[in-house]
Ligand binder design. Structure first.
Ligand SMILES: [Zn+2]
Length: 270
C-alpha cells in the first residue's frame, strides 16, 4: 500500500542506495558549484506536524537528512516538534504563504513574512524558504519575489539563501512530488510545478520504484507531504478521502481560473 511509512522507507532505501550525496537545500545553496549528482528530500509540512516528526525519525534511522518547510499557522506551528526535527539533524525552512494571507498586498505580505520568519527563528535557524500553494486562492505566493528589488531583500534583509522554486534551475533535475496523492507530474497540481526536461510522470508505485532504482547519476528532488503518510489504517483512510476532496476542489479552481482567463470571444460562446 502506498503513502504509508513502510512504503516511504522503501523509497528512502532506493534513494540512499543510488545517491552517494543526499543533501539539504541550505547546503545546496551554500555550494558554489552544484554537484553532478545528488538527491534532496523536501517536505512541506502543511498539516499534522506529528507525522513530520515520525518521518524525520525514520530518515534519521537510515542516516538521511531532509529539509522540512513549516507553515506558521496554528496547529502546524508546534515549537517542540520543530525543534525535535532540527535536533535530529534535518534542516528547517519556512513554508511561506504571506502574499495570499495579505490578499495580494505586497507591502503587507513583506511585513507578515518578516514577522513569521522571526517567529520560526526563535526556535531554529532558517536559511531557505518554499512557497505554500494555497490552491483555492488566486494568489501565487512566489510573486512576492519575482520583482528583482524585492528578491534582493531575501538575502540582504532577511538572510535567506534561496527560495526553492525560484532560485534553482530544475532543467536537469528530476522533480518527483506526491502532490495530489499520485506520482503524476501534472494531475491535480496547480502550482507545485517546476520547469524540467526530465519526465517524472509515473502511473503507479511500481513505475516510481523502477525509476528510483535506476536514478544513479541523476539529480533528484523528492517532494513529500508528511501529512499524507501514515501506518495507521484509520488515518490513512481519512487522508485518502481528504486528498480526493482536495483534488476535486483543485479541479474546480482550475476550471474557474480557465473561465476567468478565457479570451472574450471564447467567453461569449460559453
Ligand atoms: Zn504547502
Amino acid at each position: 500500500m502506498d503513502f504509508t511509512l513502510q512504503s516511504y522507507k522503501d523509497y528512502l532505501r532506493l534513494l540512499r542506495d543510488n545517491h552517494p550525496l543526499i543533501t539539504t537545500f541550505r547546503d545546496l545553496f551554500r555550494c558554489q558549484q552544484i554537484s553532478e549528482t545528488f538527491a534532496l528530500i523536501r517536505h512541506d509540512v502543511d498539516r499534522f506536524p506529528n507525522r513530520a516528526l515520525a518521518m524525520a525519525r525514520l530518515e534519521r534511522s537510515l542516516d538521511l537528512v531532509a529539509t522540512y518547510y513549516f507553515r506558521t499557522k496554528p496547529g502546524v506551528f508546534q515549537p517542540a516538534i520543530i525543534k525535535a526535527i532540527y535536533d535530529l539533524g534535518h534542516e528547517i525552512g519556512y513554508h511561506y504563504e504571506d502574499l495570499s494571507d495579505a490578499r495580494g498586498d505586497m507591502r503587507k505580505a513583506l511585513e507578515l513574512f518578516q514577522r513569521n520568519l522571526e517567529k520560526l527563528r526563535t526556535i531554529v535557524p532558517v536559511e531557505t524558504i518554499a512557497m505554500h500553494g494555497r490552491p483555492l486562492l488566486p494568489y501565487d505566493n512566489r510573486d512576492l519575489w519575482r520583482d528583482p528589488i524585492r528578491h534582493a531583500l531575501l538575502q540582504e534583509k532577511f538572510g535567506i539563501l534561496g527560495e526553492v522554486y525560484l532560485d534553482i534551475d530544475y532543467t536537469d533535475i528530476a522533480y518527483i512530488s506526491d502532490t495530489g496523492r499520485n506520482w503524476r507530474s501534472t494531475a491535480h497540481n496547480l502550482r507545485d510545478m517546476v520547469k524540467s526536461t526530465i519526465s517524472t510522470d509515473f502511473l503507479n508505485q511500481g513505475e516510481l520504484v523502477q525509476y528510483l532504482s535506476r536514478s544513479q547519476g541523476r539529480k533528484v528532488v523528492f517532494q513529500i507531504h508528511p501529512e499524507r503518510w501514515t501506518d495507521s489504517f484509520h488515518s490513512w483512510l481519512v487522508q485518502y478521502v481528504t486528498d480526493g476532496a482536495v483534488n476535486v476542489a483543485k479541479q474546480g479552481a482550475r476550471m474557474l481560473s480557465g473561465l476567468r482567463t478565457a479570451p472574450a470571444s471564447t467567453s461569449a460562446q460559453i
